[in-house]
Design a protein around this ligand. Sequence first.
Ligand code: SF4
Length: 245
Amino acid sequence: MVSPRQELEEVFSWMKEQLTQFEELGLDPPPLSAQCMAYLDQEPVAPVSKEMDLDRIETLEELSAFIGKCTRCPLHRGRKHLVFGEGSPKARLVFVGEAPGREEDLIGRPFVGEAGRLLTRIIENGMGLKREDVYICNVVKCRPPRNRDPEKEEVEICLPFLKRQIQIIRPEVICILGRVAAQALLGKDFKITQDRGKWNSFEGIPVMPTYHPAYVLRNPRAKRPVWEDVQQIMARLGLEVRKNA
Ligand code: SF4
């Protein structure tokens, strides 16, 4: 079945042909904005492979190589770096955010901006772990333009990669950061204010959803609930909660 995006791609491709014919005939093309012309000049999006056999991939390195310079969804167009994820392949705890931001896109590493520094403080000062002991990644691996939420189709195309990452690492706990990632993994009905702090599961692995660190930076009152959620994770992992953390 042809998806709405494929239909649109076909319409745009037809428009491009028409414009080329106008030019060849020496006619002035119809007045289109510079933005529209730039869009029409882009390379077509590579079709999504229907036979992605990820189950045979057994390591994170193999998965990263398989993803390669991915063009499976439109997010590849604006990225500087694909942000695969980083940390221990044997991590007991995996953090999942929604998408790389500006700094992550520039460097190619997850959670390295201001929100990332807060996450690192939670991991190191709060939980008493090292950042390299856990694994940190996102639902989509390329930065959405202007940091908008990833679209449903972009999430659907990229999500199998995250699923395989999680299946390979097989952590004891997943901590989901924020509404967008929680809805991608737990379903559209997830409501961050009412459902955070409650255990859920993904791929049979216990999941603790909490606020995104960027939200905590904007709303310092969210610090306490995040710390409560983190303490639940620590209890599950058998980590000692330090009084002065
Ligand atoms: S977001 Fe995911 S599916 Fe889209 S281009 Fe990047 S790696 Fe590929």
